[in-house]
Design a protein around this ligand. Structure first.
Ligand code: GAR
Length: 201
């Protein structure tokens, strides 16, 4: 089983979806071995503890060089023999040394249909605010590999979600999570872990 780390910054509902899928036997090729939070207040850490998964906080220190932060992150990943990383609401830009070391082994979930409403500055509720402001009738979520371009890596899976009259950013965010994110991300973790473990397939 591929040792997998989930990186989080906040509530961790996507982490919960992964933990639930794992408990239900839907992710046989990945072991959820570690949760890394960018801050100690992330509720996701409590979800990890409840599931018996070790949690650790690694955050970029004020004034610390991005590559030095990346080296610290890499040391944690290597110490824990991590083979796959999942960004599940992780709101820190990953340093390039981490991205290079884990080429095609880092997944991210983004709450829109990339290439709409993505890239620098588009995260969390801001994405849904922008979608409502533009007046789109369909939005959704995307799971993609992480490369050096924010939200620019290869797309693994996408799912469309309707925008409905009366939607607020919060209502739309919840619908996108329920109908798309919590379905797509656990499935993409399994699919990617399976391919890494069985490269001949
Ligand atoms: C999710 O909607 C995720 O797609 C988004 O942050 C939220 C985290 O929620 N990520 C981004 O916007 C990344 N650009 P969660 O902590 O409950 O999983």
């Amino acid at each position: 089983m591929l040792r997998t780390a989930v990186l989080v910054s906040g509530g961790g509902t996507n982490l919960q979806a992964i933990l639930d899928a794992k408990a239900a036997g839907k992710i046989p090729h990945a072991e959820i071995a570690l949760v890394i939070a960018s801050n100690g207040r992330a509720y996701a850490l409590e979800r990890a503890a409840k599931a018996g998964v070790p949690g650790i906080v690694v955050h970029k220190e004020k004034g610390e060089a991005i590559e030095a932060y990346g080296e610290r992150l890499l040391a944690v990943l290597r110490e824990n023999r991590i083979g796959l990383c999942v960004l599940a609401g992780f709101l820190t830009i990953l340093p390039e040394n981490v991205i290079r070391a884990y080429d095609h082994r880092i997944l991210n979930i983004h709450p829109s249909l990339i290439p709409s409403f993505c890239g620098k500055g588009f995260y969390g509720l801001k994405v849904h605010e922008a979608a409502l402001e533009r007046g789109v009738k369909v939005t959704g979520a995307t799971v993609h590999f992480v490369n050096e371009i924010p939200d620019g890596g290869g797309i693994i899976a996408q799912k469309a979600v309707a925008v409905l009259p009366g939607d607020t950013p919060e209502i739309l965010q919840r619908r996108v999570m329920e109908e798309a994110e919590w379905v797509l991300l656990p499935a993409a973790v399994e699919e990617t872990a399976r391919k890494i473990e069985n490269p001949e397939l």
